[in-house]
Design a protein around this ligand. Sequence first.
Ligand SMILES: NC(=O)c1ccc[n+]([C@@H]2O[C@H](COP(=O)([O-])OP(=O)(O)OC[C@H]3O[C@@H](n4cnc5c(N)ncnc54)[C@H](OP(=O)(O)O)[C@@H]3O)[C@@H](O)[C@H]2O)c1
Length: 269
Amino acid sequence: MPIVITGANGKLGSLVIRKLLQHVSAKGIIACVRQREKAAQFAELGIEVRECDYDDPDTIGQALQGASKLLLISGSNPEDTIRMRQHAHVIEEAKKAKVEHLLYTSFAFADSGKNSMTHMHLAAEHAIKASGIPYTFLRNALYSDFVGALGLDAAIAQGELVVPPGEWIFNTVTRDDLAAGIAEVLSGPDHQRKTYELTASSTWNFTQLTEVLSEKAGKKVSLRYDPEIRNWLYGFLRTIDTSSTSADLAKLIGRPTAALKESILPFLN
Ligand SMILES: NC(=O)c1ccc[n+]([C@@H]2O[C@H](COP(=O)([O-])OP(=O)(O)OC[C@H]3O[C@@H](n4cnc5c(N)ncnc54)[C@H](OP(=O)(O)O)[C@@H]3O)[C@@H](O)[C@H]2O)c1
């Protein structure tokens, strides 16, 4: 019985499919996308491609025919109220299609979150539980990509990284590690009715980041705290739990998650 993956053309979805192919054959995977013309990579691998738009329940119902497991990758609409409706469409159609196991990409330690994004993910988790479909919640930590908004190249050029005061601690993960962990859950037994907090094995902070930047630059990059910094990102970071960790992801992938140095290299020139 096939594993259906929504959001397959996205960055996480396509990586999950690549990792899943290490466990199951292409015939066991169905890639659901909004735009079939962008999914040639899957068709070439022998993976069935189906159209699925979270705003259009008919397409979802057709995409889920015969699905045994469904990985619902949370949508990317910037409006969380819209995402709630979209996820509800998928959950309703999954119930109609008699999906046996629904896996959902939520957010790490969402219960401690204080913004609409974490509330939206908790709402989806509750809706899935209310549906009665056996579930697994894959609570993804903040992607390491967020460092791309910290101005790292400028920090190297200026010899200092400037951040607002505070005790900043990060449990970020790479999509690659997440995809490997999610593929393990999709292809393995005994994951129903479980919630995995998919965070880094250990945290990092801005002092460690400047050490990595200094090594990369071959010169000292120091850390300076400035209360005058105006960057929306820090306000957002204060509304999510960026510091708690769990061993769930490392256990799933059988090794520690990617180190800070490895995680940030793609975001440096
Ligand atoms: N943990 C984090 O730090 C973090 C950060 C950002 C986002 N996220 C969440 O994680 C999800 C996956 O991340 P990602 O990096 O793979 O994001 P991404 O590359 O933007 O992919 C999002 C996927 O969702 C699909 N999608 C959006 N709206 C849809 C709709 N109405 N119907 C069907 N599919 C729809 C997109 O389809 P198209 O390819 O057709 O556009 C795309 O495949 C995001 O969507 C978001 O919910 C998590």
